[in-house]
Design a protein around this ligand. Structure first.
Ligand SMILES: *Cc1c(COP(=O)(O)O)cnc(C)c1O
Length: 403
């Protein structure tokens, strides 16, 4: 069956899979389903005891001092900037190799995102490039632990200390990652995790901010719920009626018990699922080792990679079609794919507003032009993994052997 007419390469070739393998399908088990049903039956569906339990579970797992559950990582990044006092006229240094939310929240507080190029091996912001971008207006650094590989936090924290900057980590990819024996979530001033559907640990939509600063934690709780004084979180279960008082024009960023119900059990299986991811990672590495593509680098012994994304780089000198063609060919094989990410300086909003152009961030562009994320999740069965391997080999070999 010829699924995509503009792909003569696979015309007549049999499809690997009958059904479409969705990219980043979450693993949901009976325990989550029962817990959500329990919340629904209890009629307590909003922010309540399960959110508190989930926060405490995460705190215990990461060994951090404070953890505030929110309805997204984006909300966490936004509130982190607010409580750190970042405002109009300030500059925040971040990576262009990230999801738009990282820079969008800097715009939300009317500060300026200043991009610093990445290192090719880790795809993470390069501390040397951060140094080049520091001005009198710089107030914060927002590193992103790309694909689950922690940034060079020693160097970043040292720069922050020297120039008196706040470090807000976008750890959307990095739940469970470790840097030199320290869990991500215990290093920077504020760390934001995502529990979006495709992430290592999901609540459907959701996020968490961790910090060791009580003031930050208290303020984030207040800002996440309309700016109500902190007691508001307990107000509904309190036997005594209490008025709430608005202390700031806050937002609506709180997590619901229905979300926490999912997260609690996701966390319970997290270590076991990471082992599955590790196994699939090794299978992919082995299966692709002879292909003319670049597989993920090894971060070395100091680092525990969170194994969020498995990305290959398609080298245009070795494969005679461009990356877009590879993406379409894999889709035609019924394999879901992703691109993480198109460098932010190439998106119209950032390009136009800050006068950025191709050539400004060569390493981010290198990744941006070549990267392909393939299905990678604890939900994948052995035969799913097999299908992905066969499809990637078929497509890459086809387009390289004709060269
Ligand atoms: C997913 C993601 C986010 C946003 O997370 P949400 O929970 O969807 O708000 C932020 N940064 C990066 C790098 C991401 O991949």
């Amino acid at each position: 069956m010829n699924r995509i007419s503009d792909l003569p390469a696979i015309e007549g070739g049999a499809l690997q899979r009958k059904d479409f393998l969705v990219f980043g399908r979450p693993q949901i088990e009976e325990e989550e389903i029962e817990e959500v049903v329990d919340s629904l039956r209890s009629k307590w569906i909003g922010t309540g005891p399960k959110v508190t339990r989930f926060e405490n579970d995460v705190k215990k797992y990461l060994g951090c001092k404070y953890a505030v559950a929110l309805n997204s990582c984006t909300a966490g990044l936004h509130l982190s900037l607010i409580v750190a006092g970042i405002k109009e006229g300030d500059e925040v240094i971040t990576t262009p190799m990230t999801f738009a939310a990282t820079a969008n929240v800097i715009e939300h507080v009317r500060a300026k995102p200043v991009f610093a190029d990445i290192e090719l091996s880790s795809m993470n912001i390069d501390p040397k490039e951060i140094l080049k971008k520091i001005t009198k207006k710089t107030k914060a650094i927002m590193p992103v632990h790309m694909a689950g590989w922690p940034c060079r936090m020693d160097e970043i924290m040292e720069i922050a200390k020297k120039y008196n900057l706040v470090v807000i980590e976008d750890a959307a990819h990095a739940f469970g990652a470790e840097y030199k024996g320290k869990k991500i979530g215990t290093i920077g001033d504020l760390t934001c995790f995502s529990f979006y559907a495709t992430k290592n640990l999901t609540t459907g939509e959701g996020g968490m901010v961790t910090t060791s600063n009580k003031k930050y934690s208290d303020l984030i709780k207040i800002y996440a719920l309309h700016g109500m004084s902190q007691d508001a979180w307990k107000r509904y279960s309190d036997p005594i009626f209490k008025h709430y008082l608005i202390t700031a024009p806050g937002y609506k960023y709180n997590m619901m018990d229905i979300q926490a119900a999912i997260g609690m059990h996701q966390l319970g299986r997290f270590d076991e699922n990471q082992k599955k991811r590790e196994k699939i990672w090794e299978l992919y590495n082995k299966a692709f080792s002879d292909l003319p593509i670049t597989t993920p680098s090894d971060p070395g012994p100091d680092i525990k990679h969170a194994r969020h994304l498995y990305t290959i780089l398609v080298d245009p000198n070795k494969v005679y079609v461009d990356r877009e063609r590879i993406l379409r060919a894999l889709r035609a094989e019924n394999i879901g794919v992703g691109v993480h990410f198109i460098s932010l300086h190439l998106h119209p909003y950032y390009k136009d507003k800050y006068n950025l152009k191709r050539g400004d961030f060569p390493n981010a562009e290198f990744i941006s032009d070549r990267t392909v994320s393939i299905p990678f999740s604890a939900e994948l069965s052995n035969s799913d993994v097999d299908d992905v391997i066969k499809a990637v080999r078929k497509v890459i070999l086809y387009y390289s052997e004709k060269a």
